[in-house]
Design a protein around this ligand. Structure first.
Ligand code: PFF
Length: 477
């Protein structure tokens, strides 16, 4: 039978409209209108892909370096276990129960639980935090891609400390270069998001996640076998030194726990909406947290031995990865190859995270407008890119655009999203899931987790919200 293009188009439209109607206001559907992960493993890859990113390889090591090593790591692990994992479970659960973008999922779940529709603020704040994070994330990820090119071409072979610092300053001081690489990275992110859940997101994590773990193991072995300072690196990471730790370190550790697990902004909730029914949420969340923490610690095990072996400073701050590390690779045998591997690893990790930063807003646009996935992704991505220009220019043209405390646009985006919006979103998610979500919903989602339910409930009701609150108060006073 011949079907004309017009007929086909009308049919597609009708299905879309039906799906859209279904998407609004219905609960406990077995599928999301956006598509589904093909298996539990693919959900784990996707969520771990979101979690493992610049936060693990760039941010965690430099924060640990600045905040006394072991004692920071201890605080961070405490936050992951007591606050992070319970909220991770809550986000997956809300997503899978709502099967829509976080904003709409919160609307229907609040309604079904007789709670105020104002709880959709969780979704709105999350989308805002997503844009803010992506604004600086895209810039740093762009640097990492640029460093792949630099490493391959041998620009860092034998480089001295001053030259490495100058090379970094020259690069970040050039608005065209920084914006160019940020644009390239964002274009990649948008392209993947535009292809949808199955052909875009899942296809990406299916290949990049195994590759990422493999590269990381190779680098740990390299660090262990060639630096002669592996034990010094381990000691630094795991031996607490309380002198360098302050209340500010505590809030940094908590902010980092949220950031690294992608919590508090709906990314995991959005991904949870595509998770198949019938598998344990607690087990899945624990797996994701272990993978994420493992990658952060392994990154430390790659970086610090290299830093110490070359007599460099561990407390270099954000420049640790972009100045200190290239010097170290530049002095090491095989540094050109392994340095390239390192920055490829960072770029892979960044892309599997940035697609999750975009997803909550893209899903919402698909549900609320007639734009469709591809145009929705482009629209949302362009907004994030535009905001990102502010972060990109913070290192050059806009270096003087600072607040009275000296923070530039980039610093403000980083600080407000990680240390305020994510923990605040986390408190609200914990309160809603722990106290307000209807028991039916909860039982339906945690059917496979009856054993863990009481512990999870206790942590989510009391420990997570109070923990975040206390850290907030300690910081303010
Ligand atoms: N978890 C990512 C990282 O550690 O790099 C960053 C991130 C991704 C934060 C997605 C928040 C998010 F929703």
């Amino acid at each position: 039978m011949y079907v004309g293009m017009d007929d086909l188009w009308i049919q597609v439209k009708m299905v879309t409209i039906k799906l859209r109607k279904r998407g609004r206001g219905m609960l406990n559907q077995s599928e999301s209108m956006h598509g589904m992960w093909s298996s539990r493993l693919m959900f784990i890859f996707a969520a771990a892909g979101s979690a493992v990113g610049l936060g693990n390889i760039w941010r965690f090591p430099y924060l640990a370096g600045e905040n006394g090593g072991g004692v920071f790591v201890l605080a961070y692990l405490g936050c992951i276990a007591l606050i992070g994992i319970p909220i991770l479970v809550a986000e997956i659960l809300l997503g899978r129960a709502g099967r829509q973008s976080p904003i709409n999922a919160m609307l229907v779940l609040a309604k079904a639980s007789n709670a105020s529709p104002a709880w959709s603020i969780i979704g709105w704040m999350g989308a805002l935090a997503g844009f803010m994070i992506l604004s600086f994330y895209g810039v740093i990820a762009g640097w990492a891609m640029a460093y792949v090119a630099d490493m391959v071409s041998g620009n860092f072979v034998g480089i001295e400390a001053d030259a490495a610092a100058k090379s970094f300053d020259d690069f970040t001081g050039d608005p065209l270069k920084v914006v160019g690489w940020q644009t390239a990275f964002m274009a990649l992110t948008i392209t993947i998001a535009a292809r949808g859940v199955g052909r875009g997101l899942e296809m990406t994590v299916r290949y990049l996640m195994p590759a990422l773990f493999l590269l990381l193991v190779v680098l740990v072995l390299y660090s262990a076998l060639t630096t002669g300072h592996f034990v010094a690196g381990l000691t630094f990471l795991f031996q607490p030194n309380f002198d360098d730790f302050s209340s500010n370190s505590l809030i940094m550790a908590m902010g980092q726990a949220f950031f690294t697990l992608s919590l508090g902004m709906g990314a995991i909730m959005a991904y949870g909406a595509y998770m198949p029914k019938g598998s344990s949420i607690v087990g899945t969340a624990a797996t994701i947290a272990v993978l994420d923490t493992g990658v952060a610690l392994m990154s430390g095990m790659v970086i610090f031995p290299l830093v110490f072996a070359n007599g460099l400073e561990s407390s270099a701050g954000p420049g640790l990865m972009f100045i200190t590390l290239p010097i170290a690779f530049g002095q090491m045998i095989g540094g050109q190859i392994f340095g390239t591997i390192f920055f490829v690893l960072v770029s892979f990790a960044a892309i599997t995270s940035s697609i999750s930063l975009l997803e909550p807003a893209v899903a919402w646009v698909v549900e609320k407008t007639r734009l469709g996935r591809a145009r929705g992704a482009v629209l949302v991505g362009l907004i994030a890119w535009l905001l990102g220009l502010g972060s990109a220019l913070s290192f050059n043209l806009g270096a003087e655009w600072t607040l009275t405390n000296g923070m530039n646009f980039f610093d403000v985006m980083d600080y407000v999203s990680n240390n305020i919006l994510l923990p605040l979103g986390g408190i609200l998610i914990a309160i809603f899931t722990g106290w307000l979500l209807s028991e039916d919903q909860l039982q339906a989602q945690l059917a496979e987790d009856q054993g863990a339910l009481p512990v999870w409930r206790f942590l989510t009701r009391f420990i997570a919200p109070l923990g975040v609150l206390i850290v907030f108060l300690v910081t303010i006073f």
